[in-house]
Design a protein. Structure first.
Length: 110
């Protein structure tokens, strides 16, 4: 039985976690959304990379990016009373990863 969603999910999850892991090194900020345009650009680039690599299904890119970021946030950052707000923030901002994945999929299928 084939599961075409696994690979794009994993690629996007790794890319989403990498955004958080690289933020302190590249921006000096533990939370990438505090680093100006870094977070937006990184989400678009992560989506583009995963979309070019494996174009479909697009929902797997969004969900993978969301899960990767959420796991990093929950496992590697200290607990905060604003954690729930941060997770909701991820739901909205991860749409940029989906936009990048759509663009990457279009590039790949041309």
């Amino acid at each position: 039985m084939s599961r075409p969603w696994v690979l794009p999910f994993l690629i996007a999850a790794l890319a989403g976690a990498a955004i958080w892991a690289l933020s302190p090194l590249l921006t000096g900020r533990a939370e990438p959304w505090d680093a100006g345009l870094y977070y937006s650009g990184a989400l678009l680039a992560a989506g583009l990379l995963s979309g070019v690599t494996v174009p479909k299904p697009l929902w797997a890119h969004y969900l993978g990016g969301l899960v990767g970021q959420a796991l990093y946030l929950l496992l590697f950052l200290p607990p905060s009373p604003l954690m729930a707000v941060g997770l909701v923030f991820l739901l909205v901002w991860s749409l940029l990863l989906l936009v990048g994945a759509c663009a990457g999929a279009r590039i790949r299928t041309r």
